[in-house]
Ligand binder design. Structure first.
Ligand code: SAM
Length: 222
């Protein structure tokens, strides 16, 4: 029994991944490739992917929205958890990062279920709401793009995700800086702290903040 979450050292992390994370060969190959990338730290932790995919299976996600693709690990993980007729709209601004993603999605045979939108995510979200009539049509959304944009992405995702659907938000701890934001911290730290605090009073959702990865919030859309 323990009253607080354990801290995970390297040995325990290796154990967790080897025993608790189930990956397809392509998924593992992508994770190992991404580990050699100069921006490797941007990828989610594999156990986060395991949790997101598990949630997708639990609630039967067919339509999934992702903000922040990078080399495509989270997208691939989710694509493999969706049924054959599943649909993913994936948002990023980087052609070079997502060229890598596309190659692995192709290799895994899931590229046909992923629509990649290469423009600022908020533009894509507004198009989905205002022009494509997609309000309430997604079962799940994962917010993992530029961090200062998180509150705006959240508001748009609240419109796009159906009641009973899930919104997941990554990097809510920002490396622990949200605990006591300093005046000298970048504005994004203050934005994330205020956002984290605001969720407790947000009656549109049921939140659950988890110390996984760099902190991840799961919300059920009421
Ligand atoms: C933390 S990474 C995403 C990691 C990814 N979920 C994974 O598991 O590997 C953030 C991504 O957001 C993208 N990004 C930055 N600003 C953006 C914006 N305004 N709209 C959409 N994507 C953006 C970056 O290009 C980067 O690929």
């Amino acid at each position: 029994m323990t009253r607080r979450s354990v801290s995970v050292d390297n040995a325990l992390n290796d154990y967790l991944i080897s025993v608790g994370v189930t990956e397809t060969p392509v998924q593992r190959e992508l994770r190992e490739f991404t580990a050699t990338h100069r921006m490797a730290k941007m990828q989610i932790a594999p156990e986060q992917g395991q949790l997101l995919a598990w949630l997708a299976r639990l609630i039967g996600v067919r339509r999934y929205l992702e903000l922040g693709v990078f080399t495509g690990y989270s997208t691939l993980t989710m694509a493999q958890a969706l049924p054959d007729d599943g649909e993913i709209i994936a948002c990023d601004v980087s052609e070079s990062f997502t060229d890598i993603a596309r190659a692995y999605w192709q290799k895994a045979g899931v590229a046909d279920r992923i629509r990649l939108e290469l423009q600022p995510a908020l533009l894509t979200l507004r198009t989905l709401i205002d022009e494509e009539g997609r309000a309430g049509s997604f079962d799940m959304a994962f917010i993992d793009a530029d961090k200062p944009g998180t509150p705006d992405y959240y508001e748009a995702c609240l419109t796009l995700v159906r009641p009973g659907g899930i919104i997941a938000i990554d990097n809510i701890f920002l490396g622990g800086r949200v605990v006591e934001p300093l005046a000298s911290d970048p504005p994004g730290v203050h934005v994330m702290h205020a956002f984290n605090v605001s969720l407790a009073h947000d009656e549109r959702v049921s939140p659950c903040l988890l110390p996984i990865g760099d902190g991840m919030t799961l919300l059920i859309r009421r």
